[in-house]
Design a protein around this ligand. Structure first.
Ligand SMILES: *Cc1c(COP(=O)(O)O)cnc(C)c1O
Length: 811
C-alpha cells in the first residue's frame, strides 16, 4: 500500500489518543503495540472486505484447509512486510524514539501447534494469500497453545502458554456467525413416504464461535481468512435451566465442561491421544467448520449438487477426517440428498494429506466411545464401512476376508481414521518423494492397489518470506542488492545467486552476515542462559521436537565421544564447535524428557571442564517455537537432520536451515533426499543406512545392538558413562535410555549409524577449515532453496488437487 511516513505517524498518534487515551510522550511500549496492531488492522480491513466480496461475487472456488494446528508465530512484522510498509513503520518509530524489534517482542507467539504439521499449515496460509489462491484456514482457538517449556535443574517443566493474556490484536470475534455443535444423545429413525429420517435427540449443544484473523498476501491486496472456533456454552442453557433449578454451582460446572473443548492443545507430536476430549475437539472443528462453509455457500445461490465445484476441503492429517461423515450428514439430513448423491459430492470435495507412517501416530477410535459421543456420525461411518467392504467383495476381493478386514474402516472394535480419510476423499498425498513411495509400496499398499488414481506426492515447503525475508533481513538485503527483489514473489529466482558462488566480494558478504547472525545468537545465549559461546566456532544446531526417531541421542553420543577424545588428548586438533539444541518433548514422553536431561547434564559437565579449553560448548535453548527458530536458524553453520531413515515423512526444518545457508548433515530420509538432489552431493554431508539397507536389516531381524556395543569401544565407553559415576546424577537417572539401546535392541538404530555419523562430522570439521569453500557450499544451498518454498507446494496443490488455480509459474 502507499503510505507516507508522516501520514503513518499521524495515524499512529491518533490511535494512541483514541484507543489508549495517551500521547506519544506518555505511551508505554505496550500502548504502542496495541495502537500499532489496531492501526495495521485498519489498513488491512478494506482489502479484507473487498477480497471476501469478490470471492462471493465471482463465485470463485474456495479452499478450506482444516487443521487441528496452526503454528503462526508472531504476525506484526509479517503483516507490515506483506503490506509493504515495514520500512516506513520502522523509520517512523525511530523518529518517535521507538524500536520495532522491541515492540515486536511484546507480541506473544500464536503457538497453536506442536511442530512441523502446524507450521506447515501456517506457511500454507502465507503462500495461499501471496500467490492468489482463495484459501482459508479452519481451526480451533485454543485458550492455551503448546506449553511453555522451562528447564529447571536440567529437566523440562511445562507451564501453561497464556498467549491470550494480553489482547489478541489480530482477531475479530464474530458471535453472530456462531454455529451449534451437537454431542451425545440418541438418534430416532422414522420412515416417511418411504424415506428414512434421522432425528437426533437428547444431545448436548455447544456453541462454536468463530474468531477471524486476516491472512495478508505479499503486496497483492489480497486478504484471506484464518477462522478459529472457540467453544462456548449456549446462553439459554447456561442462564436458565440450571439457575432456575437453584443449581448455581452446577451452572458453572457446565460452562467449564463446555469450554474445555477449546481450552488446550494436546501436546503430542506424532502420537495419537485416543482420548474422549480429543475426539470432541476433532468433531467440534469439523462440524463448526463445515456448517460455516455451508452458510457461505448458500449465499452464492448455487445448487447443492454443485457444491464440490465451488468448495474444496483439505484435511491436514486424519485429525479432521470426520469432515467426511459430517459433510455426509449435512447433505443428507439437512439438505435432503440421498446417499449416492451426498457421497459423490463429499468425495469430490475432500482431499487428505498423510503425514506419517509411524504406527503410534495413526488415529484409531474405540467404537463404543465414538458411538456414545457421536451417534449419528457413527451410523454414517458404519454405513461407509459397510458399503466399502461390499464394494471390495464385489469388485476385486471376492471371498478374501483377510484383505477386506485389513482395509475396512471399522475392524476389531476400532474406527481407523486413515482408512476413512482414504475412502472418503478423492486425493491422498504424501509429503516428500520417499514418503509417498513408502505409502504406495508399504503402509497403504492395499489402498494403492485399489485406488491408485487417488495417490500423489506434494513435497512440503516453507514460506521463504517468513524464513528468509523476515528471519534474515541482512541476508535478504544482500540478495536484493545482488539479484533484485524478484525472488520474493518467484523464489526460484534465488538460483540467480548460483553464479556468484565464486565471487569473492559476494562470498565475503555472505560470510560476514552469517557471523553477525551468530554474534546475535551468542548474545541471546549469554542473556538467557549465562553461557559464553564463541561466534568463531562452528554453530551446529539441532532444533525440532524431541523424538526418538529424530535421534537427538545420536548427536549427544557424538559429543560424548568428542569429549572423551579431548579428555584423553587435550591437544586434539578439532575445530571449535558449539552444539545448540532446542525442542520440546511431549509432557508424557518420559524417554524424550530424559534425553533433555541428558543434554543438559552433559552441557554442564562439558562447559565447565577447563581441560578441554572451550573447544566444545553445548547449549540447550529453552522453549523452542517459531520466534526462537527465527533467531536460531539464520545463525546456523550446520543443520542436524539425522532421523532414522524412513521415519521423517518430509521435515521442513531442514528446508529453513539450507535456505539460510547452513550445510546439512543428514540421513537419506524425507525431504533430505530432495535437498541432496537440489544442491548436489558435494554440498551436503550424507551418512547412515539408506532406506533399502535399513528395511532389509529391520525385516531380517539380524541387527544386534549389544553385539555392536561390545565391538565398538567408543560406544561401550559412552554406554557405561550413562550408567553412573560419570554424571553427577542418580545412578539410574538414564537407565531408560541405556535399556532402550541395549535390552530393547536400539529400535532407531542410533548405535548402528554412530560410526558413519562420526565420520560425517569429521568431514564437516575438515570442510569448515576452508571457509571460502564452505561459503561457496553455503551459497549453493541458498541458491537451490527456491523449490522448497511453500509457494511451489501450494501451486501444486491448487493445480493438482483443489483445481482452484492453474499455476503457470515455474518452480
Ligand atoms: C519448522 C518447525 C518445526 C518442524 O521442524 P522439523 O525439523 O521438520 O521437525 C517444528 N517447530 C517449529 C517451531 C518450526 O518452526
Amino acid at each position: 500500500m502507499r503510505l507516507s511516513k508522516n501520514k503513518f505517524k499521524e495515524d499512529l498518534i491518533k490511535k494512541l489518543e483514541k484507543e489508549r487515551a495517551t500521547n506519544i510522550d506518555e505511551a508505554s511500549e505496550l500502548d504502542i503495540y496495541y495502537a500499532l496492531g489496531s492501526l495495521i488492522r485498519d489498513y488491512i480491513a478494506e482489502n479484507w472486505l473487498r477480497t471476501n466480496e469478490e470471492y462471493i461475487k465471482n463465485a470463485k472456488k474456495q479452499v478450506y484447509y482444516f487443521s487441528m494446528e496452526f503454528l503462526m508465530g508472531k504476525l506484526l512484522v509479517n503483516n507490515l512486510m506483506n503490506l509493504g510498509i515495514k520500512h516506513i513503520c520502522e523509520e517512523a518509530l525511530k523518529e518517535l524514539n521507538m524500536d520495532l524489534d522491541k515492540i515486536e517482542e511484546l507480541e506473544k507467539d500464536q503457538g497453536l501447534g506442536n511442530g512441523g504439521l502446524g507450521r506447515l499449515a501456517a506457511c500454507f496460509m502465507d503462500s495461499m494469500a501471496s500467490i492468489g489462491v482463495p484459501g482459508h484456514g479452519c481451526g480451533i482457538r485454543y485458550r492455551y497453545g503448546l506449553f511453555e517449556q522451562r528447564i529447571i535443574d536440567g529437566y523440562q517443566v511445562e507451564f501453561p502458554d497464556k498467549w491470550l493474556q494480553n489482547k489478541n490484536v489480530w482477531e475479530i470475534r464474530r458471535k453472530e456467525r456462531a454455529v451449534e455443535v451437537k454431542f451425545g444423545g440418541n438418534v430416532r429413525v422414522i420412515e416417511e413416504n418411504g424415506k428414512l429420517d434421522f432425528i437426533h435427540e437428547n444431545y448436548e449443544s455447544i456453541l462454536a464461535v468463530p474468531y477471524d484473523t486476516p491472512v495478508v498476501g505479499y503486496k497483492n491486496k489480497l486478504v484471506n481468512t484464518l477462522r478459529l472456533f472457540s467453544a462456548e456454552a449456549i446462553k439459554k442453557d447456561f442462564d436458565f435451566s440450571y439457575f432456575n433449578r437453584g443449581q448455581y454451582m452446577k451452572a458453572f460446572e457446565y460452562k467449564h465442561s463446555v469450554e474445555a473443548i477449546s481450552e488446550v492443545l494436546y501436546p503430542n507430536d506424532a502420537f495419537e491421544a485416543g482420548r474422549n476430549l480429543r475426539l470432541k475437539q476433532e468433531y467440534f472443528l469439523v462440524s463448526a467448520g463445515i456448517q460455516s462453509i455451508m452458510r457461505t455457500y448458500k449465499r452464492l445461490g448455487k445448487s447443492i449438487d454443485d457444491f464440490h465445484e465451488y468448495i474444496a476441503i483439505h484435511i491436514n492429517d486424519t485429525h479432521p477426517a470426520l469432515a467426511i461423515p459430517e459433510l455426509m450428514r449435512i447433505l443428507m439430513d439437512e439438505e435432503g440428498l440421498g446417499w449416492d448423491e451426498a457421497w459423490r459430492i463429499t468425495t469430490n470435495t475432500i482431499s487428505y494429506t498423510n503425514h506419517t507412517i509411524m504406527s503410534e501416530a495413526l488415529e484409531k477410535w474405540d467404537v463404543d466411545m465414538f458411538k456414545n459421543l457421536l451417534p449419528r456420525i457413527y451410523m454414517i461411518v458404519d454405513e461407509i464401512n459397510e458399503r466399502f467392504c461390499r464394494e471390495l467383495w464385489n469388485n476385486k476381493y471376492h471371498g478374501d476376508f483377510e484383505k477386506i478386514c485389513q482395509m475396512a474402516v471399522i475392524a476389531h472394535n476400532e474406527i481407523r481414521m486413515a482408512h476413512l480419510a482414504i475412502v472418503g476423499s478423492h486425493s491422498i498425498n504424501g509429503v516428500a518423494k520417499l514418503h509417498t513411495e513408502l505409502l504406495k509400496k508399504q503402509e497403504l499398499k492395499e489402498f494403492y492397489q485399489y485406488y491408485s488414481y487417488k495417490f500423489n506426492n506434494k513435497t512440503n515447503g516453507i514460506s521463504h518470506r517468513r524464513w528468509l525475508l523476515k528471519a534474515n533481513p541482512e541476508l535478504s538485503k544482500l540478495i536484493n542488492d545482488t539479484i533484485g527483489k524478484g525472488w520474493i514473489n518467484l523464489p526460484n529466482q534465488l538460483s540467480k545467486l548460483l553464479k556468484y558462488k565464486d565471487d569473492p566480494v559476494f562470498k565475503e558478504k555472505v560470510h560476514e552476515i552469517k557471523q553477525k547472525n551468530k554474534i546475535k545468537l551468542a548474545n541471546m545465549i549469554r542473556e538467557k542462559h549465562g553461557i559464553e559461546v564463541d561466534p568463531n566456532s562452528i554453530f551446529d544446531i539441532h532444533a525440532k521436537r524431541l523424538h526418538e526417531y529424530k535421534r537427538q541421542l545420536l548427536n549427544v553420543f557424538h559429543i560424548m565421544n568428542l569429549y572423551n577424545k579431548l579428555i584423553e588428548n587435550p591437544e586434539l586438533d578439532i575445530y571449535p564447535r558449539t552444539f545448540i539444541f532446542g525442542g520440546k518433548a511431549a509432557s508424557s514422553y518420559f524417554m524424550a524428557k530424559q534425553v533433555i536431561k541428558l543434554i543438559n547434564t552433559l552441557a554442564y559437565k562439558v562447559n565447565n571442564d577447563k581441560r578441554i579449553k572451550d573447544k566444545i560448548k553445548i547449549v540447550f535453548m529453552e522453549n523452542y517455537g517459531v520466534t526462537l527458530a527465527e533467531h536460531m536458524i539464520p545463525a546456523a553453520n550446520v543443520s542436524e537432520q539425522i532421523s532414522t531413515t524412513t521415519k521423517e515423512a518430509s521435515g521442513t526444518g531442514n528446508m529453513k536451515f539450507m535456505m539460510n545457508g547452513a550445510i546439512t548433515i543428514a540421513t537419506l530420509d524425507g525431504a533430505n533426499i530432495d535437498i541432496k538432489n537440489a544442491v548436489g552431493e558435494e554440498n551436503i554431508v550424507i551418512f547412515g543406512l539408506n532406506e533399502k539397507e535399513f528395511l532389509e536389516l529391520y525385516r531380517n531381524g539380524t541387527y544386534n545392538s549389544i553385539e555392536l556395543c561390545n565391538t565398538d569401544i567408543r560406544l561401550k565407553k559412552i554406554l557405561n558413562q550413562l550408567r553412573g559415576g560419570f554424571f553427577p546424577v542418580k545412578d539410574d537417572e538414564f537407565s531408560i535410555i541405556y535399556h532402550s539401546l541395549t535390552k530393547h535392541n536400539d529400535e532407531f538404530f542410533v548405535l548402528k549409524d554412530f560410526d558413519s555419523y562420526v565420520k560425517a562430522q569429521e568431514r564437516i570439521d575438515k570442510l569448515y577449515r576452508n571457509i571460502s569453500k564452505w561459503t561457496e557450499m553455503s551459497i549453493v544451498n541458498i541458491g537451490s532453496s527456491g523449490i522448497f518454498s511453500s509457494d511451489r507446494t501450494i501451486c501444486e496443490y491448487a493445480t493438482g488437487i483443489w483445481k482452484t488455480n492453474l499455476c503457470d509459474r515455474h518452480y
